[in-house]
Every structure is written in structure tokens, then in C-alpha cells.
Design a binder for this molecule. Structure first.
Ligand code: NAD
Length: 394
């Protein structure tokens, strides 16, 4: 079928297999072009939980192509059906496995609910059979819901401020209209549910299960990702339901590092366009402005550039960039006071009329489409293409 993007609000409901493959290839090429640490100091056997899109996929690519690591990834993605294309993460992962195989790199993937006990056991069996042990576990899940594996109860996360309602500028990315949005404060139950979904409970369950099964190398490293941001995003992120969930990651990192023979750290990454971030109110407008300013400053980065630096400058550095809470930081260029001041200066005056002058909305939009394999140079979008792709997922 000829596949054109079907964008509905902040999601695109289809994906292009050849475009997704090209997107993965370009990220691989980026990492191949970097001088990365030597294999002896880098990861060898890596598990990426949430490794099919966004930061998790970039983590997998960096580990494999920067350090020659064997990678095993878990994700929750949809294959194509007669009527629908597969999801972007499905195509990305099939493409990654095929590139890795061609390049002689081990790559296996488990497609299923990472929150469940069943998928944890499936992954552990695979590690035992193929890798023996893992020395790096990347936790990069972003999900709107989680079913507790013990009680069977399903919790939903929400993106709401805490305490009082928050009114801010917001960009409707469909209509390109800049308007105001008011988000009502979360109830105590909504806060608790968001912590249940996006906090550290499942990360800790994973690490304990892997440890109990004897598949963690002594001193195994594990990272979970967070965003902190500054004035413009704090009310809807840092000081909001998702921020509360992320605070729980800090608690779990400390508990895991003291109770198991592992080094567990939260890693703070910059704001980028991913399927998860495009759903957060305020974020698309903030990103469109940030892109323009960071490009002008020559400091613009996407997922793969961030992960290259996270591995080099933090996880596998002898002098990692740490903050006072022992978190790895690679968000420093976004948070430079002069960079934030530039974005804050534009914020009050940006409107529908001057959107394209004061921000780089075109770049935002093209990054968004790229997530689904569209708007990628070198891909023939007029071509009739098979939506089913070969895969070896378990
Ligand atoms: P994303 O939407 O691109 O990726 C989410 C991943 O989670 C996908 O691989 C998906 O398949 C997987 N997933 C979701 N539910 C699952 C389930 N039940 N079982 C198995 N896999 C499941 O998101 P992202 O933006 O790359 O986010 C990854 C992490 O990075 C999150 O913790 C996020 O908060 C953090 N982060 C994101 C940003 C940003 O700007 N996007 C910034 C800093 C930190």
C-alpha cells in the first residue's frame, strides 16, 4: 500500500516501514561516526526496557554500534494487520535487528507488556540462554497505563499540575493555532496512580527479578530516564503528576544501589520530540521555540546525540557529570541560563501569527513525522510498500 501519515491530534495512527528503517539507519550512521569509548570500558550485554522508539531505541543503537554490545530489547508494539500498518516501534525494531544481524551484532527483542511477570520471565529465560548475564539495564518505558502484576488492577497516569490549575500557552499542532490551555490540578488519587505507572516500582521489580534470577553481572549499571526542565515546563512537568512519579525514581535508585550489587542511577535528558512528549500540554510549543534557539546556538540535539553523550560523558566516564542528587546530567545545554532566558523572552509574545518567525515549528513538525517514518529524505513515499516486515520477536 502507499502510506501517507494519518495525524490525529498529537498522535500519528500509522507508520511507514521503509521510513522507520531509514530513521534507524541514520541513527546508526550517526553513532558510527562518533568516537565512542572502547569496548573494554563500555557495555557488553545490554537489556533495554522500552527500546523500540525515542530514548530507548537511541540507547540500544548507542550500546550496539558505539560499543559493540549485544542488545536485548523489550517493548509493546503492534504488527501490521490487513487494514492497519504496524506501529513505528515495531518497524524500528525489525529494522534494527536486521541491520544488527548484517553487521554481526547480537540483537533479540521481546514484544509484550513489560509490566507483567510473564514478560519478565521471558526476558530472563532469554538472557540465561543467550547472554548469561547483563551488565547494563536501561529503563526507558513511557506508558499511559500499567496493570499491577500482583493485583491485576490497572492504573492510568495523568499529566496534571499539583495544587492549583495551570493556564499556559499551548500550540495545537494540527491547526497551528497558539491558544491558552487550562489544566485542572490532579486529585490525590491521580497523583498516586501516575506514580504507580511512571514511578520506579516497576524498575525495582525488574532489577530485583533479574538479580534473583542471577542474571546481573556484579556491579551491573542501570539507568532510568527523567526530565527536569525549568520555569516554563515546571508547572506541567517537574511540579506536576509526572514530576512526582519521577521523584520516585530517585528513591528507587538509592534503594536499588544499596540493596543490590548494582549501580542504579537516574539520568536527566533534554526535552525532545517523542511519542510520549508530544502528548504533554505546553511541550510542543516549548520545543518549537527551543529548537530555534538551540539551533541558532549550534547546540541542538535529538535522542541519538543525547544518548551518545550520556554513555560517553556519564555512564562510561571516569568523571561523570553528576548533580547533587547523584543523577547523570546531559540536559545542561538546554538548561543554560542564557538559553532558558531566550525561550522565556519569546514565550509571552509568540502567537499564531508569528509562530513560524519566533519558533522552528517546521522542525518540530518534521521531527514528529520522522517518529513514524515520514518526512525522511531518501524515502520514496509514492511507492507501494508491503506493511508486513520480517521479524524475529519473541
Ligand atoms: P517513547 O514513547 O518514545 O518510548 C516509550 C517506550 O516504552 C517504547 O519502546 C514503548 O514500546 C515502550 N512501552 C510502553 N509501554 C510498554 C509496556 N507496557 N511494555 C513494554 N514496553 C512498553 O518515549 P520516550 O520519550 O523515549 O521516553 C522514554 C523515557 O525517557 C521516559 O521515562 C521519559 O519520561 C524519559 N524522558 C523523555 C524526554 C522527552 O522529551 N521525550 C525527556 C527526558 C526524559
Amino acid at each position: 500500500m502507499v502510506i501517507k501519515p494519518k495525524v490525529r491530534g498529537f498522535i500519528c495512527t500509522n507508520a511507514h516501514p521503509a521510513g522507520c528503517a531509514e530513521n534507524v539507519r541514520q541513527q546508526i550512521e550517526y553513532i558510527k561516526g562518533q568516537t565512542v569509548g572502547s569496548e573494554s570500558t563500555g557495555p557488553k550485554n545490554v537489556l533495554v526496557i522500552g527500546g523500540s522508539t525515542g530514548y530507548g531505541l537511541a540507547s540500544r543503537i548507542t550500546a550496539a554500534y558505539g560499543y559493540g554490545a549485544k542488545t536485548l530489547s523489550v517493548f509493546f508494539e503492534k504488527p501490521a494487520t490487513e487494514k492497519r500498518t504496524g506501529s513505528a516501534g515495531f518497524y524500528n525494531s525489525a529494522a534494527f535487528e536486521s541491520f544488527a544481524r548484517e553487521d554481526g551484532l547480537y540483537a533479540r527483542s521481546v514484544n509484550g507488556d513489560a509490566f507483567s511477570n510473564e514478560i519478565k520471565s521471558r526476558v530472563i529465560d532469554l538472557i540465561k540462554a543467550d547472554l548469561g548475564k547483563v551488565d547494563l539495564v536501561v529503563y526507558s518505558l513511557a506508558s499511559p497505563r500499567r496493570t499491577d502484576p500482583e493485583t491485576g488492577e490497572t492504573y492510568m497516569s495523568t499529566l496534571r499540575p499539583i495544587g492549583e490549575s495551570y493556564t499556559a500557552k499551548n500550540l495545537n499542532t494540527d491547526t497551528q493555532v497558539v491558544g491558552d490551555i487550562t489544566v485542572e490540578p490532579a486529585s490525590d488519587e491521580e497523583i498516586a496512580n501516575t506514580v504507580k505507572v511512571m514511578g520506579g516500582e516497576d524498575w525495582a521489580l525488574w532489577m530485583n527479578a533479574l538479580n534473583d534470577a542471577g542474571v546481573l553481572e556484579p556491579g551491573c549499571k542501570t539507568v532510568a530516564y527523567t526530565y527536569i526542565g525549568d520555569k516554563l515546563t515546571k508547572p506541567i512537568y517537574g511540579h506536576a503528576t509526572i514530576g512526582k512519579a519521577k521523584e520516585d525514581l530517585d528513591v528507587k535508585a538509592a534503594e536499588l544501589s544499596s540493596s543490590l550489587d548494582i549501580d542504579a542511577r537516574v539520568s536527566v535528558l533534554k526535552a525532545v520530540v517523542t511519542q510520549a512528549s508530544s502528548a504533554i500540554p505546553v511541550m510542543p510549543l516549548y520545543l518549537a521555540i527551543l529548537f530555534k534557539e538551540m539551533k541558532a546556538a549550534g547546540t541542538h540535539e535529538g535522542c541519538i546525540e543525547q544518548l551518545d553523550r550520556l554513555f560517553k560523558e556519564c555512564i562510561y566516564s571516569s568523571s561523570p557529570r553528576l548533580d547533587s542528587d547523584n543523577r547523570f546530567r546531559v540536559d545542561e545545554l538546554e538548561l543554560l541560563p542564557e538559553m532558558q532566558a531566550k525561550v522565556e523572552k519569546v514565550w509571552p509574545i509568540i502567537s499564531t501569527e508569528n509562530l513560524n518567525d519566533l519558533s522552528d515549528f517546521a522542525a518540530y513538525q518534521s521531527e514528529f513525522l520522522r517518529l513514524f517514518g515520514f518526512a525522511i529524505e531518501g524515502v520514496n513515499y509514492e511507492e507501494d510498500i508491503d506493511t508486513e516486515v520480517e521479524n524475529n520477536f519473541i
